[in-house]
Design a protein around this ligand. Structure first.
Ligand code: GLY
Ligand code: MN
Ligand code: MN
Length: 411
């Protein structure tokens, strides 16, 4: 799998070149504490290695070679931080040609660029990096590129980032399998919350049932859970989760799971007391209709703009029929985000957002309505696999019909 992906990169590279990627590391938080480590997604995509301070070198010279540089296992490291992959394990996972200690990366790069060693690979005049350019920490790629410019001014520097984004947006069987697993655990956690919901609970008390489910399965959230009751449902990225809920309120959950580095991203909205009020039902039915129609509408060839416009038409028609708004333009008061995004290694995954949808992409469909004056926030989000001529709702097992939610919560 990883070898096949690297072949795509190799195909794109000029003869007489090399490419260099880094896994990243956890930023420092205080003296000897670090923020959680989150492997660089493109590095993981090309290696399957989820370990800090690892580097991938792909050489396309007279001969081709792929080398992984990883931390060397030492007794001290094992005592303090636990297991580091052995070189054999790293090779087995990634299927690279060679694994070397990360301490020799710089000397190795110098050697392939020196006039003597260059003989085995031939002259290397091009270097490829993954310049991601959208993070506020200085990236490995930028730094290394600057360093090489000083000593090897003749090298031409190229960016592989958009190629990687396009490749990553098309999912293979294993990626889809992992996302299905993530969705299954999300479903279990949501059901446990619905079973235990009662008015008067604080939002995080209910969230705890979701967290419990994740811990049981040994997985983590794919982003901070949004547990937004009553008026908080109208705050798109609400995350305090500390409000005491009341009777006759809805709670909007937007949450997901990382299973083997692949994300689910689901939203469900339900009444804390198990029964929708008449007004809640009216708004909920509009969002649900939009969710279902957009899922049917999503297929290869459709653009994000078409999907967004289609969703807005359904939501505004619904509100006009209800007498809530008079003109389509007024919808922006009650719906103020877009219909979805690609999903994969990242929750808001990379991909060609300006191009039409393609087979084997996975996207979210997540319409909502946010009626602040009625303390009602509703979002219904599913995860959709695009097929040759349509789509499959990967989260179709997660109940969302009013009658199914009410029947389930009554039990
Ligand atoms: N959880 C953020 C989103 O649904 O896109
Ligand atoms: Mn979401
Ligand atoms: Mn989403």
């Amino acid at each position: 799998m990883y070898e096949k992906r690297r072949k795509q990169i190799l195909k794109h590279m000029d003869k007489g070149s090399f490419a260099l990627f880094s896994s990243g590391y956890a930023p420092k938080k205080s003296l000897d504490q670090h923020y959680p480590y989150f492997v660089n997604r493109n590095f993981y995509y090309l290696t399957g290695i989820n370990q800090a301070y690892s580097y991938l070198l792909i050489i396309k010279g007279v001969i081709e070679k792929t080398i992984l540089f990883v931390e060397k296992r030492t007794p001290e490291r094992m005592l303090w931080d636990g297991v580091v992959l052995t070189f054999e394990e790293a090779k087995e996972i990634s299927k690279v040609d060679l694994v070397m200690p990360n301490t020799v990366l710089d000397t190795f790069i110098s050697s392939i660029l020196s006039s003597t060693r260059a003989a085995s690979y031939g002259p290397l005049d091009n270097v490829y990096f993954d310049f991601q350019g959208n993070f506020n920490i200085r990236e490995f790629a930028e730094e290394y590129s600057e360093k090489l410019k000083v000593n090897y001014p003749y090298l031409k520097h190229h960016n592989l980032n958009s190629l990687l984004s396009s490749l990553r947006s098309i999912k293979d069987k294993e990626e889809i399998r992992r996302m299905k697993e993530a969705i299954k655990i999300t479903d279990e956690g949501l059901n446990l919350m619905m079973k235990n919901a009662k008015p008067g609970m604080v939002e995080h008390e209910l969230e705890a049932y979701f967290e419990y489910t994740l811990k049981k399965h040994g997985v983590t959230v794919s982003f901070n859970t949004i547990a937004a009751s009553g008026p908080n449902g109208c705050i798109l990225h609400y995350g305090d989760n500390n409000r005491k809920t009341e009777d006759n309120e809805l709670i909007l959950f937007d949450l997901g799971v990382y299973k083997d580095n692949y994300a689910s991203d689901i939203s469900r909205t339900f009444p804390l007391n198990g029964k929708f009020t008449e007004l809640q039902k009216k708004y909920y039915e509009i969002v649900l209709e939009c969710n279902k129609k957009c899922i049917l509408f999503a297929k290869p060839g459709v653009t994000w703009k078409e999907l967004n416009d289609y969703a807005k038409d359904i939501l505004s028609d619904g509100l006009i029929k209800l007498g809530k708004i008079k003109e389509k333009e007024e919808l922006s008061k009650y719906y103020y985000h877009s219909i979805g995004h690609y999903l994969g290694l990242d929750v808001h995954d990379v991909g060609p957002y300006t191009e039409p949808l393609k087979e084997n992409q996975v996207i979210t469909i997540e319409p909502g309505l946010y009626i602040a004056e009625d303390n009602i926030g509703i979002r219904i989000e599913d995860n959709i696999l695009l097929t040759k001529d349509g789509s499959i709702n990967l989260s179709k097992e997660l109940i969302k019909e009013i009658k199914d939610i009410e029947a389930f919560m009554k039990k």
